[in-house]
Structure formats: structure tokens, C-alpha cells
Design a protein around this ligand. Structure first.
Ligand SMILES: NC(=O)C1=CN([C@@H]2O[C@H](COP(=O)(O)OP(=O)(O)OC[C@H]3O[C@@H](n4cnc5c(N)ncnc54)[C@H](OP(=O)(O)O)[C@@H]3O)[C@@H](O)[C@H]2O)C=CC1
Ligand SMILES: CC(C)CCC[C@@H](C)[C@H]1CC[C@H]2[C@@H]3C(=O)C=C4C[C@@H](O)CC[C@]4(C)[C@H]3CC[C@]12C
Length: 286
């Protein structure tokens, strides 16, 4: 029994770990060549960087957000970087017409879809919960319900291609964290919906993967503006973050944790006497 516990069990563990990790496919940028990918929230931040990585890999990219002028610049840069093709659809994710148009463009102009990257996020505040139920509802529409609507509309195409759904979430969607109450609620909802849907896909043998991405603090302009003065932890680079999301989606991983180690500790706020300014929330909410 002693010998079994001391030697055999650890050796068996090592053998199993080796089999598990060596059977996992390695990522190669060529895996994305010619693939048809929608990236939402691609006018800025991590979404914009994902579009550029995909372009370098030779994918057909279809980007979306509200600001058409910014999207136009992203499309031009994607073409210059070598995208198979680059297109845009501008509009708010609060509007079902945007969802419909995206799916239609993918169907008619790309002939289908291989990967749906759901990344957009509505503006919120980094402050104590202010009791504004209307804001929670608006944020749920943008950050959660539109993800559900996009998934439902794109599913027939993804089933045909055996494609992938990539959902960008946050550590604040796995663990409660102060000053992000409405945002955090929308991210927890994503986990509930997509982790359950993944189980159903498995039972029904639906060959569409779902990758949930759990991100820590990333150095995008909007995040830095809202939280850089407040958090002790240093942000991770958006370019590397974007690449890790694409890798995880391509390899059909269930979850991607990006910069998990660095966000675990320290997570305390700066300045012992600091408390959120009453204006901070208003400044970043629209
Ligand atoms: N940065 C961070 O520290 C972290 C980010 N994340 C997650 O990563 C993802 C990307 O974050 P990040 O790059 O920082 O975000 P940004 O604020 O830089 O980008 C948000 C994107 O969403 C678009 N968007 C906003 N509102 C709407 C709307 N109503 N309809 C359609 N599009 C909209 C914006 O474009 P436009 O205004 O033109 O519509 C923009 O393209 C998000 O899901 C976020 O929750 C997770 C953890 C940490
Ligand atoms: C629970 C702990 C183990 C880890 C805590 C990590 C904390 C520090 C990390 C994890 C997720 C991060 C937030 C996030 O997801 C998105 C945004 C939106 C942006 O516009 C403003 C910044 C904000 C609020 C981030 C702030 C920092 C958060 C709370």
C-alpha cells in the first residue's frame, strides 16, 4: 500500500498528464488561413487587435461595432496586413437589425462562417453600485442578450462548418469583485448560458465548440481610463491577449485564462484611503 501511494500513483499521474498534453494539437497561424470570422466590438481594444492577428493569418474578417469611421480604418489595415478579405457592418448590438445584417453578409458574401468571436461590451462605470436598474438592463441587452441572439442566428452556419464560438468574458464573470456590479452580472450570465449550451452540444453531438475567455486587467484605452489609477495590478498587453483568445478558439478549448497568475494577487486597490469618486461612474457611462 505504501509503495502504491508513494510511487505508482504519482507515476500514473505523470503518464496521464503526458498523454493529455501531448495529444493536444499545437496552434499554427495557417489554421486560420481562409477561415471566415466575425469579430464584434472590433473598432477598438482587444477586438481591433484580434482583427489584425486574423488578417495576418489570412482569414476573411467581418468586423462590427457602432463607429463606422473607426471600422473603416480597421478594415483598411486588415487588407494591408494580408487578410483574405475584410468587411464591416456598423450598428449597435442593441438593435436586432445589426445581428441580422451580420449573418446575412456572412451567408451571402463569405458563403458561411467558421468562427464567431463575441467580444463587444457596453460602457459601464467602475464604482459602487448606484441602484440604476435601467443601466443593468441596458448592459444585459448589450453584453448578454445580443451574444445569445448572435449565437442563435449564426448557429446554422457554424453547424455546417463545424465551427467555433468564442465568448470574451472576465475574471469579474467568475468571481465577485467590487465596483463592477452591473458588468459582473452580465459576465456571470454569459458563463451560465454558454457553459450550459456547451453541455447540450456535447449531448446532441453538435460539432460547434464554445470557448469562454476569462481575462484579467488588459491595457485597452477604455479600461486604462476607467481603472488604471485605482488598481495595483499592472495591465497585460492587448495584442498578446488577442492572440491567446484566437489560439484558444482555434484549438477548441473550453476556457482560456489570460494572465490569470498576475491578476490573482495583488488585487487590492491603490492608496489605503482611496474611495471611488461619485463622478467616476457618470464619466464613463453612456
Ligand atoms: N480591458 C480589460 O481590462 C478587460 C476586458 N475584458 C473583456 O474584453 C472585451 C473587450 O474589452 P476592451 O477591448 O477593453 O473593450 P473596448 O471598450 O476597447 O471595446 C469595446 C468594443 O465594443 C463596441 N461596442 C460598445 N458598445 C456597443 C454596442 N452597443 N453595440 C455594438 N458594439 C458596441 C465598441 O465600439 P463602438 O463604441 O464603436 O460601438 C468597441 O469596439 C470585453 O468583452 C470586456 O468585457 C475582460 C476583462 C478585462
Ligand atoms: C477576483 C480576483 C482573483 C481577480 C480580480 C481581477 C480584477 C482586478 C480585474 C478582472 C477583470 C477586470 C475588469 C474587467 O473585466 C473589465 C473592465 C472594464 C473596463 O472598461 C474598466 C476596467 C474593468 C472594470 C476591469 C477592472 C479590473 C478587473 C476587475
Amino acid at each position: 500500500m505504501g509503495l502504491l501511494q508513494k510511487i505508482l500513483i504519482p507515476v500514473l499521474g505523470l503518464v496521464l498528464a503526458f498523454c493529455f498534453y501531448s495529444s493536444r494539437e499545437n496552434f499554427k497561424p495557417e489554421m486560420l488561413r481562409g477561415k471566415r470570422v466575425i469579430v464584434t466590438g472590433a473598432s477598438t481594444g482587444i477586438g481591433e487587435q484580434m482583427a489584425y492577428h486574423l488578417a495576418r493569418m489570412g482569414a476573411h474578417v467581418l468586423v462590427t461595432a457602432r463607429t463606422e469611421a473607426k471600422l473603416q480604418q480597421v478594415v483598411e489595415r486588415c487588407r494591408a496586413l494580408g487578410a483574405g478579405s475584410a468587411r464591416l457592418v456598423s450598428g449597435s448590438m442593441e438593435d436586432v437589425a445589426t445581428t441580422r445584417q451580420l449573418v446575412e453578409v456572412a451567408e451571402t458574401e463569405l458563403g458561411g462562417l467558421d468562427m464567431l468571436i463575441l467580444n463587444h461590451v457596453g460602457k459601464s462605470y467602475f464604482n459602487y453600485f448606484d441602484g440604476d436598474v435601467g443601466h443593468v438592463q441596458k448592459l444585459l441587452n448589450i453584453n448578454f442578450l445580443s451574444y445569445v441572439a448572435m449565437t442563435v442566428s449564426a448557429l446554422p452556419m457554424l453547424k455546417r462548418s463545424g465551427g467555433s464560438i468564442v465568448v470574451v468574458s472576465s475574471m469579474a464573470g467568475k468571481v465577485g469583485f467590487p465596483f463592477t456590479v452591473p458588468y459582473s452580472a452580465t459576465k456571470f450570465a454569459l458563463d451560465g448560458f454558454f457553459s450550459s449550451l456547451r453541455q447540450e452540444f456535447s449531448i446532441q453531438s453538435v460539432n460547434v465548440s464554445i470557448t469562454l475567455c476569462i481575462l484579467g486587467f488588459i491595457d485597452t484605452e477604455n479600461a486604462m481610463r476607467a481603472a488604471a489609477d485605482v488598481l495595483l495590478t499592472s495591465p497585460a498587453p492587448k495584442e498578446e491577449c488577442a492572440l491567446e483568445i484566437i489560439k484558444g478558439g482555434t484549438l477548441r478549448q473550453r476556457e482560456v485564462y489570460y494572465r490569470y497568475a498576475s491578476t490573482k494577487l495583488p488585487l487590492l486597490l491603490t492608496h489605503p484611503g482611496w474611495s471611488p469618486s461619485p463622478d467616476l461612474g457618470k464619466a464613463v457611462t453612456n
